[in-house]
Design a protein around this ligand. Structure first.
Ligand code: SF4
Length: 219
């Protein structure tokens, strides 16, 4: 099957990614993902570390004013918007559950857990999926801009498919035990080879099964 071959070729190229979700706290993952919105890991990881260093606990972040949160996460970009979003998410979690923990989601079916997270302001399908797969080990596929672009060029998605629809489609077709591998390796491929402008098709291990290569390059 074509998708299985794509996954296998990417694993040969980039390795089989492993992730120990037990070592990560789900609420850390959620806040870290909000911080990563519209910026690179290089900016968001130091912003996350600084936020934790400055406040020490999510309880203290929830009580802090937005300006003080924004100053801690300045390096992550869009600091004022993200500070409001983080404080809002923490307040909503506390209001809805009585505490600042997401551990209860582990007992929910994944569709229900995703719906619960997406009920928080500022949490879209990608942030919810990242939190569930990397924070809980649930088989949910996050679709970021690299995954969307590469999957579309490969022909796994139709041109113009929205991010929300892409989450639904790819989540259904990628086997559960390959979701982390597919997500991480497609991002690697999108950063290194299938870049946004001028994809490096001549160096690509997937070109024999790529719709873009067949229709735009080989013509
Ligand atoms: S052949 Fe080109 S367009 Fe297709 S996946 Fe590879 S780099 Fe991307």
């Amino acid at each position: 099957m074509r998708l299985a071959r794509i996954i296998s070729l990417l694993e040969e190229e980039y390795g089989l990614p492993r992730w120990a979700h037990e070592k990560h706290r789900p609420l850390d993952t959620l806040v870290g993902t909000i911080l990563s919105q519209n910026t690179s890991d290089r900016n968001s990881i130091p912003a996350f570390a600084n936020l934790k260093r400055k406040f020490g606990s999510w309880e203290k972040v929830a009580k802090a004013d937005e300006r003080s949160i924004a100053s801690a996460i300045r390096s992550g970009g869009l600091a004022n918007i993200k500070a409001r979003r983080i404080k809002g998410v923490l307040s909503q979690i506390r209001q809805r559950t009585g505490s600042l923990s997401l551990n209860f989601l582990a007992k929910m079916p994944k569709a229900e857990a995703r719906k619960w997270l997406m009920g928080l302001g500022g949490v879209g399908p990608k942030t919810a999926a990242v939190t569930l797969i990397f924070g809980f080990g649930m088989p949910v596929l996050p679709v970021d801009r690299h995954v969307l672009r590469v999957a579309t060029r490969l022909g796994l998605l139709q041109k113009g498919t929205s991010s929300t629809k892409a989450h639904e489609i790819l989540d259904q077709i990628v086997p559960d035990n390959k979701k982390i591998s597919f997500h991480i390796n497609l991002i690697q491929h999108g950063r290194k080879v299938c870049v946004a402008r001028r994809p490096k098709c001549s160096q690509c291990v997937l070109r024999q099964m790529c719709k873009y290569y067949e229709t735009e390059v080989q013509r």
